[in-house]
Every structure is written in C-alpha cells, then in structure tokens.
Design a protein around this ligand. Structure first.
Ligand SMILES: NC(=O)c1ccc[n+]([C@@H]2O[C@H](COP(=O)([O-])OP(=O)(O)OC[C@H]3O[C@@H](n4cnc5c(N)ncnc54)[C@H](O)[C@@H]3O)[C@@H](O)[C@H]2O)c1
Length: 284
C-alpha cells in the first residue's frame, strides 16, 4: 500500500534534521515532498519516521553540511524531486560540541555554500531560512565595515583564507561560533541578491536558548553562566522550537513577500539584557 501524500510536486529541503528544523518543516510541508539531509544517520532516520508517521512524504539523504560537494549534491537532489519551494538550513554544531576550525567549516563556510547551491535551484516565489543565533549579536567588539563586507561578499571557496577567520584570530570555539553566526546574518544579504534574480527570498532567524539536544550540550558545559543568562533575560525563560517555527512559518509565507536579506532575533530578550547591563556576558 502506498499513500498519495501530495499532488503538486513541490519540495521542502531541510539540511540539519534536528529539533528546530523539524518543527519548522512540520509547519510548511503539507502537500509537499520533504527532503531531509543530515550527517548523522540515526538523526536522519528518526526524523524521517517522525514525519512519515504524521502524514508527510519524506526522502532522506546523508549530507555533510561542511562539505561543498555534499551540499551541492543535496541541492541537485532537491531540484530533481520537484520545484524547490522552501529551503531550511539548521545544520550546525555549538561551541561545546566541537573545535573552532570545525565550527568555521560547518556553521560559516558550509552555510555559505548552501546559500549558493540553493540559490541556483530555488523555485520562483520560493523562500529560505538559515538558522543563525543570538550569539551573532555577542561580538566583544563590533566588526569593522571592511570585515563585514569581506564576510558578506568573499566567494565561499575563499572564506577560510580571510585573516579574521585565521587560527590566530579565532582562538576558541566560543569566538568561532559568534563569528560564524554573525557571518550567517551578513551572508543572507548577498544571498538575497542572488536569490532575488529567481524571485526567491532568504532570511536568517537568530534564536536565543531553545531547548534542543544542542542546547542540552551547551548547558552541560556552561550551566551556571547559562542559568544566569536565562534568568536575567527579559522573559526569564528558555524558548521552545515551536516558538521559532511560528516566526519561520511567517517568514516563509507570502505574508512576508517583501522581507529578504535580513535577520530576526528571537531570544526572549537576552540581547536586551546584555545591552542594558542586566547581564554581563562572559565569552568562553
Ligand atoms: N538550540 C539552541 O539553543 C540554539 C540557539 C541558537 C542557534 N541554534 C542553532 O540552530 C541550529 C539547529 O540546532 P538545534 O538546536 O535544532 O540542534 P539539533 O542538535 O537538534 O540539530 C542540529 C542538527 O544538525 C546536524 N548536523 C551537525 N553537523 C552536521 C553536518 N556536518 N552535516 C549535516 N548535519 C549536521 C545534527 O546531526 C543535528 O541533527 C544550529 O545551527 C544551532 O547552532 C540553536
């Protein structure tokens, strides 16, 4: 027996089949084909099952989001399945999960390749979302205009050679994560110009602390600092993936048809606490 799940052959591609990504996909994938990509086969299988048993048509592909060829193969597969309506990028690793070099390769350079690769296959009126982070607003010193421009415009193949991303400049995983997430927010400006030629839009969402496996890993390593950050934020609590999905659904929809190349910070007021002095940031 084979169910007929959809009749319009539109595709929703998600790279990084984790908690936040799934929450977003569940909002926008009715009557569409879902293509899930993840490096972790167990995550991929579990996420695919979760979607299949709640009525979505799902294909999976093992993809390494820090590898250019793998990313381009994923975009190609998406375009073979049908018209790529939505692209959602949530593949990432946090400071306590890996080393600085891997964070730059995955969270920064890999994201840039994905924006380029999907910029070549998006359907007209398609839309995309890259999940950045509130940490993109936590740079110890603001970046100069020149550095921001370089992070925005340098071809993805050459990003790792930028002096601001060298091992002398990026001395720990915390800083690597901050730079990567700031670069994500900048990079969608260039992508918006490329995607716009196809009538498609792309934005970032920068979440605060959202309870997912990744957040639990951070909490384990930085419990006390994390706890203080949460308590001093305007909302004094953590967030839930559904609270990101609410905004994602809007940004992907036609109601957001004039919104592209920008970032939406959804952090329960953590950055507000830092900027008003209610919380003193410690960068590890
Ligand atoms: N959870 C939070 O508090 C929080 C806050 C701000 C930003 N973020 C960002 O949100 C995004 C999604 O994270 P999440 O919280 O849903 O975590 P998650 O752990 O549920 O999802 C991350 C997914 O990325 C996958 N992944 C890791 N490396 C990969 C690779 N090389 N190639 C392909 N897939 C890979 C993992 O297997 C996992 O399925 C990440 O970019 C993260 O940095 C998370």
């Amino acid at each position: 027996m084979k169910f007929n799940f959809n009749n319009n052959r539109e595709v929703v591609a998600l790279l990084g089949a984790g908690s936040m990504g799934l929450s977003i996909v569940e909002r926008v994938a009715q009557n569409r084909i879902v293509l899930l990509g993840d490096v972790n086969e167990k995550n991929l299988a579990a996420s695919a099952d979760k979607l299949r048993y709640t009525g979505y048509e799902v294909e999976t592909m093992q993809v390494d989001a820090s590898d250019k060829q793998s990313i381009y193969a994923f975009a190609k597969r998406a375009s073979e399945l049908g018209a790529v309506k939505y692209y959602i990028h949530t593949a990432g690793a946090s400071p306590n999960q890996t080393n600085p070099q891997h964070i730059i390769k995955l969270d920064l350079v890999g994201s840039a390749f994905a924006l380029d690769a999907f910029g070549e296959v998006m359907a007209r009126d398609g839309a995309g979302l890259l999940i950045s982070s509130q940490t993109g607003y936590m740079l110890p010193e603001p970046l100069s205009n020149e550095v921001e421009y370089a992070l925005t415009m340098t071809p993805a193949d050459e990003l790792e050679k930028l002096p601001c991303l060298s091992s002398e400049a990026i001395t720990n995983s915390g800083l690597a994560y901050i730079m990567a997430k700031r670069a994500n927010q900048l990079r969608v400006r260039k992508a918006a110009m490329d995607w716009g030629k196809r009538g498609a839009r792309i934005n970032t969402i920068s979440p605060g602390i959202i309870v997912t496996p990744l957040a639990y890993d951070e909490f384990k390593a930085a419990g006390e600092a994390y706890q203080q950050m949460i308590e001093s934020s305007a909302m004094s609590r953590v967030g839930n993936p559904a609270e990101i999905a609410n905004a994602a659904q809007f940004l992907l929809s036609d109601q957001a048809s004039f919104i592209t190349g920008t970032d939406l910070l959804i952090d329960g007021g953590t950055i507000a606490a830092i900027k008003t002095g209610a919380y003193k940031l410690q960068i590890r």
